[in-house]
Design a protein around this ligand. Sequence first.
Ligand SMILES: [Zn+2]
Length: 467
Amino acid sequence: MVPTARGAAVLLGLLLASCATPKQPPPNLILLSIDTLRADHLGCYGYARRTSPAIDELARSSTLYEQALAPAPWTLPSHAALLTGLHPWALGIVDDCSAIPDGTPAVAEALTRAGYATAAFVDSGPRGYLGAARGFARGFASYSHAPFPGHGRNRYDARATVEAADRWLESRSPKRPFFLFLHTKSVHAAPALDAGEWPYDHPDAYVRRFVAGGPRFSWREGDQVRGALFLMRLNDRILRGDAPSPPLPPAAVEELIGLYDAGIAYVDEQVAALTAVLRRRGLARDTVLILTADHGEAFLEHRFVLHREVYENLLHVPLLIHDPRNPGGRRIARVVRLEDVAPTILRVAGVGDRAFGDARPLPDLDGSEGGPPVLASYGPMGGTEAYSLRDGRFKLIHERDGAGAFRDALFDLETDPGETSPLPVTDAGGRALLSSIEQRLAHPRPSQSIRMGREAREELRALGYVQ
Ligand SMILES: [Zn+2]
């Protein structure tokens, strides 16, 4: 039978109706950055201690990236990459006065244009490493620096961050999807308050779970040098070559790690509190939560404490995407970069599915191809300068020591994941990595700087960054 024109039109209409799926409304988005959280101290990344039951639970229904790498081992450049999709070298972010250059597209701007309500709560002063003065507020309708209203002098407390987020969710208009950027420094080394001296300062109950019998080591030199500042001075002595050998007794290193782990356990409870807020407010089913970190932390595995090297303990960060519309439980093994989070956020929001800055959306599935080469750098700051380029299993580290001489070391991460047995840079592969770093060093990007002022210097000094 030959269909009539009318019959064909009806058939076509039915076909179109059956193919068309109702367009999903854009989801809400929360980007949670847990400053200084190294991936291998979480249960879902294989840590034996029970630091992270809530994050582990979240990971079971998330896409977890097993090898997410930060472009720098410190706060300012890593977060700039996270929110712009650009590598810190492309942004010219090289030292502690750097800022995101004016006119750089930021992910929050694209979301605002797409109709999202946007807000941020960051553990930074206005001129600190995530301050509005550095260009981080671009695109956000509201950008709040810690301490948040009603939280007294304790500047860095993930509980305060979650409570501030909860109040913002209460006040927002339910008619628009939202993008909320939360940044906490609760895991970061801390200024010693009052008579305290612990370099990672957390409530006793958490500390006692990870430091048997409580801390014993004296984390001070006189009255003034305590907490994070004690660790910074230790790094300076190591750099000058006048630290004891080893710089800390093994029992002190163990205690330091316990104090750090206590902070993870504390933040983990706040992650549970955040997911409870989403459930209580009826947002759990349409809010995508991205959890990550800007860099890790060192405990003398190589040369230093804190974070001024480019080994994997400092660059390997957790990254998981919990999308309740597509609860996965997938693990992606290929190497990904922190800057790839920006285009991924836009893809999840339905704003774009292509590159943003220099980055590409994160893969949903493991492909057969390897990950992109990953470049990371530190400094030159505080007498230290370090660069690394990882391509597949090989990684070259190029660093300048206190005397000004460069040192090169090649590592095979498959056979030497702890980067303890450097290979000579003699074969073609190693030399190609080195020459790629040298070429980039020879063509520095122009940078944009701010004047920090006394308050910002005090803030960074208390965190163990500047003298
Ligand atoms: Zn940081």
